[in-house]
Design a protein. Sequence first.
Length: 283
Amino acid sequence: MSASFYQRCRAELQRYEAEKAFPEGYTGLNKEIMEIQESAREQLGPTPRLSEAALNNLKEDQIALTGQSVPIPVSVFRPAALKLAAAFSRVAGQPFPVEKIFALPGSSSDDWHTLAEDLLAGRLDLAELAEGSGYNAETIAYFLHSLMVPFYEHQSEPYRQMLMDKEIAWNRGFCPVCGSPARYGVYHGEKGFRKLYCGLCRTEWPFPRHMCPHCENPEMASIRSFTIGGDQAHAAEVCDHCQSYLKATDERQLRRECIAAVEDLATPGIDLTAAGQGLSRPA
């Protein structure tokens, strides 16, 4: 991602902060997370070249990174982890257990791709990492996910525009580059075309409006939505078939282009309401 992306994110966070959309301290932490991500991304250098293997994967309806590891050099990973741990510690008022992460198998390697793969495959014992630290497993997962973002977004950059321009067709509800579940949805353009957003590698791709991205259920009758507090620009799209939800922004209602990464942060109330209804969010 370019520096302008992060600059726009900070400006949007400030806009929402001025509208008092966040709990106290919420904006500061997320701004700091983005600054750490931006710094790590800059250290990774120019956009990688297109990989023929990745392109062939996409043409065969497989995720681009199938059979490939995302480079995560320790020289970038470790300083970013320490900065991120310091930010979490300041907000929580207690030390973040970053040393437990550094002690995981494979930590002596110059490349932390194994940790990322274990996290995405659900092989990490997050409860064990959280035990005795004062943090819960969900916060540990958020920390690790935030830490992995710059490495995955760097690797996805050559493919993003091709996917949005439909040079390569992708009709699945999970990310075509890294395989993560869709994190957010955006309705854009005069006709309200839908695109999905991956929170790990920041890829966006077109997806049919009336289909659940998680179970790919196409039955309109089982898909509903709700908004909160009279805000018609932000909604939860609920699939009663799989009891999951996806948050989404309608730019026609918002009356400006949005950044999915920020919109996700700007809508914690929807998550609380959805959790109260027993709904899950796979991403």
